[in-house]
Ligand binder design. Structure first.
Ligand code: SAH
Ligand code: SF4
Ligand code: F3S
Length: 483
């Protein structure tokens, strides 16, 4: 998850989940008074992977802040550096390894610097830690973050620490995440995953599925509203199997309760599993204006045989029927998906079925990946029999088609007026352009007019809702003027 998935990634951006997200503007109000003092030790956190990891980094910062740490966005200033890692594909892990090698230089300059590896690679890093001893002082898995202050303290005293046990109950309910983004907040509603898709490492890195109590999630949403946030995203690897057993509340109920509790906020969620995307959930989304009309519904493959080999529990027909239902209830709902090409034994014809399914559904965006064998998964035992070149050929084929379709879909928006939540300066031209997002999760770029004499801008601030007349569109972005 992110930033929610960026729609229609460019070919080179298929690994968007791997981009490190550096969080800086710590909300002063949520800082522990002790940690805010000038002498407080400083923590720098670098996050790789999905939105769950971004959300976890905020939990980690919350835990460390409570123990007296201040945050910094500069690794040079830090007394403690954490790298929150992702193990979803081989290239994700490679990126982290490269980064750790780089951190060696920081460590050389400052002998007392504590470096910790957190997150989904922790379990695997345990052995490697011995080889890379001079860089890493701590290895801590996703369910052991409460122990971080104690482990950091011991590491400062020269004792290296490993804590990688997975829990059946840990949900960090009582930890207040230290949120660092101004208007959009992530709320983890559950942890782990029980689906065991045969290609996926997540059930092994994050353990069994467990849900948080609904009333705590709704309370958190209200607090975020009161703190000035404008948008929340409910997070889980498979939100459709969310269940508050004590109160008998399912995900659709939770979404409804949240939408009612904070009617002025935009509400998003990710990720849905097509197997149990219920009619009730679709109807709930349609009923509330503040639930964003955007669904990320990963299909992975267009072949029933491959879906079965992936242990995805649905057929292509079931998936298409879900899409029809979504479009019946919400004709304007944007859709995105995840695709894996080159799963073991996937034939050219089966790949063609994926290509055809994507042409039929016409996704607003898609994350497309080369299959990457992951240790401990069922598919790891299968031969990775599609050559790298053939995987790349298949990937390029679907990327090209997806770019064209997303471009065509966005062209339809020309001349429309979009209701946009202002996020701030654009990445490419921060001086002259700002960006926001539509309900359907499309990025909209518009000119930012600043009066140089007064430094005031064109009547809006970050977090405002504005209307944009769309004048131009690419496959990934809408461009327009404020009206
Ligand atoms: N829980 C989400 C996905 C989490 S991982 C879901 O079930 O949809 C995000 C995406 O990474 C997956 O949807 C899949 O497309 C991709 N992915 C996971 N494991 C992979 C692997 N071993 N090789 C390539 N892509 C993989
Ligand atoms: Fe992985 Fe499947 Fe769970 Fe998603 S649902 S996290 S792909 S095992
Ligand atoms: Fe997320 Fe990567 Fe872990 S995608 S759950 S951070 S393996």
């Amino acid at each position: 998850m992110f930033d929610l998935p960026v729609l229609a990634p460019q070919p080179s951006l298929t690994s968007d989940f791997l981009t490190p997200r550096l969080h800086d503007n710590v909300l002063a109000s949520s800082m522990n008074a002790h940690a805010a003092s000038a002498n407080a030790p400083k923590l720098y956190v670098e996050t790789y992977g999905c939105q769950m990891n971004v959300s976890d980094s905020e939990i980690v910062k919350g835990v460390m802040n409570q123990s007296g740490y201040a945050m910094t966005d500069k690794p040079d200033d830090a007394d403690v550096i954490f790298v929150n890692t992702c193990a979803i594909r081989d290239n994700a892990e490679k990126k982290v390894h490269e980064r750790l090698m780089h951190l060696k230089y920081f460590k050389k300059r400052r002998k007392d610097l504590v470096v910790g590896v957190l997150g989904c690679m922790a379990e695997r890093m345990r052995d490697e830690l011995m080889e890379t001893k001079q860089i890493v002082d701590l290895v801590v898995g996703p369910d052991e973050y409460r122990r971080l202050p104690e482990l950091v303290e011991r590491a400062g005293g020269g004792t290296k620490g490993i804590a990688v046990k997975l829990s059946r109950v840990e949900t960090y309910d009582d930890i207040e995440p230290l949120r660092t983004e101004g208007i959009s907040a992530w709320i983890s509603i559950m942890r782990g995953c029980d689906k065991f898709c045969t290609f996926c490492v997540v059930p092994f890195t994050r353990g069994r599925e467990r849900s948080r109590a609904a009333h705590l999630i709704v309370d958190e949403a209200k607090r975020l509203h009161d703190a000035g946030f404008k948008e929340i995203s409910l997070l889980g690897q498979n939100v459709n199997s969310y269940k508050d057993e004590a109160e008998n509340i399912d995900f659709a109920d939770l979404l409804r309760q949240t939408a009612r509790a904070v009617p002025q906020m935009r509400i998003r969620y990710t990720t849905s599993h097509p197997y149990d995307m219920s009619d009730k959930l679709i109807a709930t989304m349609a009923e509330y204006d503040n639930i964003c009309k955007y669904i990320h519904l990963p299909v992975q493959s267009g072949s029933d045989r491959v879906l079965q080999a992936m242990n995805r529990h649905y057929t292509v027909e079931h998936y298409k029927e879900r899409i029809r239902k979504i479009r019946e209830y919400m004709p304007k709902c944007a859709l995105s998906t995840d695709i894996i090409v080159g799963f073991p034994t996937e034939t050219v014809e089966e790949h063609r079925m994926t290509f055809d399914l994507m042409a039929e559904v016409r996704y607003d965006g898609a994350f497309m990946f080369l299959y990457s064998p992951r240790e401990r998964t069922k598919a790891w035992k299968m031969e990775d029999d599609i050559s790298h070149d053939e995987k790349v050929r298949r990937l390029n084929e679907i990327i090209e088609q997806q770019q064209r379709i997303a471009g065509e879909i966005n062209q339809i928006e020309l001349g429309t007026v979009q209701h946009v939540l202002v996020e701030g300066p654009s990445r490419r031209n921060p001086e002259t352009e700002w960006q926001g997002r539509t309900d359907t999760n499309k990025i909209v770029i518009f000119p930012h007019l600043t009066d140089k004499n007064t430094s005031t801008h064109a009547g809006y601030v970050v977090g405002d809702m504005i209307n944009i007349h769309v004048e131009r569109a690419s496959a990934a972005i809408l461009y327009g003027q404020i009206i």
